[in-house]
Design a protein around this ligand. Structure first.
Ligand code: ASP
Length: 327
């Protein structure tokens, strides 16, 4: 029997993009005010997680609510932190994974969404290798969809946790010099970060070879600067965000890995050119010896592990927003 579309629920759609209220598909369509509210709630959850007594209380916030995690593409940090975020709030979770090779776009994705919704999921967190997949699913469901990374498009919760981490080290995003280095072209993390940082008046510089950073990337947001020389770019950086070279998306590109390492790897020598209080970030998974050396990744300026930890309270804030919980 074919799976039919369940009847529409009472929850309103967001008229601007025609998807269930509470969905988080990208940073582009969020306002700075909405993002700030997420940061405030994440910060509150963060403090409450730190104390055993209040940590217990948190399990009442989403007690018994059903969160489905639909992962069509590999993930460690995002998947685990969404699951722990949901469980910290008392929600019930289920994880559905699929081998990337068996994924088809269109009806098969939508039918999976209908199935998950029909079993009672109240929010769907989804990662998918195709750009726009989260938007497609959200247009067909009546429960909110949270984009956990769609192809080369966006990874909104990564940008939220990145900016949240920056704000724990720096007073404000306004005027902050953020240097993003590496495979910008394939990076949904870069795209979401560029969107977010531009909304808050940060100054974003992108650095990488033309194969991974086409000149037209400067049109991603107003004021974006492109630098090909890492040494020069490091001198004024307050935050240095290193990106992985996405080997799974390199087909057809003529990238010389040895040249890449020689010119763009973040090494202790290069770090000596950067301000002493510059913060090093990486969304993971990092490939030690490729874009970053182990010494830099584990050094005193690295906030890489902290980023992962911050993903939990930030995703708690995103899940409560999705389910319409105010506190
Ligand atoms: N984990 C990030 C993502 O899913 C970055 C990466 O894979 O390199 O986009």
């Amino acid at each position: 029997m074919p799976i039919s579309s369940p009847k529409p629920a009472a929850r309103k759609s967001n008229p601007s993009i025609g998807v269930p209220f509470g969905s988080l598909l990208d940073i582009e369509h969020l306002t700075a005010k909405e993002i700030s509210v997420i940061f405030e709630n994440a910060s509150r959850f963060h403090s409450r997680l730190a104390k055993n007594s209040s940590r217990q209380q948190l399990t009442k916030v989403l007690a018994g609510r059903r969160v489905a995690l639909l992962f069509y593409e590999a993930s460690t940090r995002t998947r685990v932190s969404f699951e722990f975020a949901a469980k910290n709030l008392g929600a019930v979770t289920t994880v559905v994974t699929a081998a990337a090779s068996s994924i088809e776009k269109g009806e098969s994705l939508v039918d999976t969404g209908y199935t998950i919704q029909a079993t009672g999921a109240e929010v769907v967190v989804m990662r998918h290798p195709s750009s726009g997949a989260a938007q497609l699913l959200a247009q067909h469901l009546h429960v909110p969809v949270i984009n956990a990374g769609d192809g080369m498009h966006e990874h909104p919760t990564q940008a939220l946790l990145d900016a949240y981490t920056m704000l724990r080290h720096k007073k404000s995003l306004r005027g902050l010099n953020v240097l993003i280095v590496g495979d910008i072209f394939h990076s949904r993390v870069a795209r979401s970060n560029i969107q977010l940082l531009s909304k808050f008046g940060a100054h974003v510089t992108l650095c990488g070879p033309p194969e991974l950073l086409p000149a037209l990337a400067s049109s991603l947001a107003p004021g974006i600067e492109i630098q090909r020389n890492l040494e020069n770019a490091l001198v004024t950086a307050d935050v240095i965000m290193m990106l992985r070279v996405q080997k799974e998306r390199l087909e057809g590109l003529n990238l010389n890995i040895a040249d890449y390492v020689a010119n763009y790897q973040l090494t202790p020598d290069r770090m000596r050119l950067a301000p002493r209080d510059a913060v090093i970030m990486h969304p993971g998974p990092m490939i030690r010896g490729m874009e970053i050396t182990a010494e830099v990744a584990d050094g005193p300026q690295s906030a890489i592990v902290e980023q992962v930890a911050n993903g939990v309270p930030v995703r708690m804030a995103v899940l409560t927003r999705a389910l319409g919980i105010k506190k």
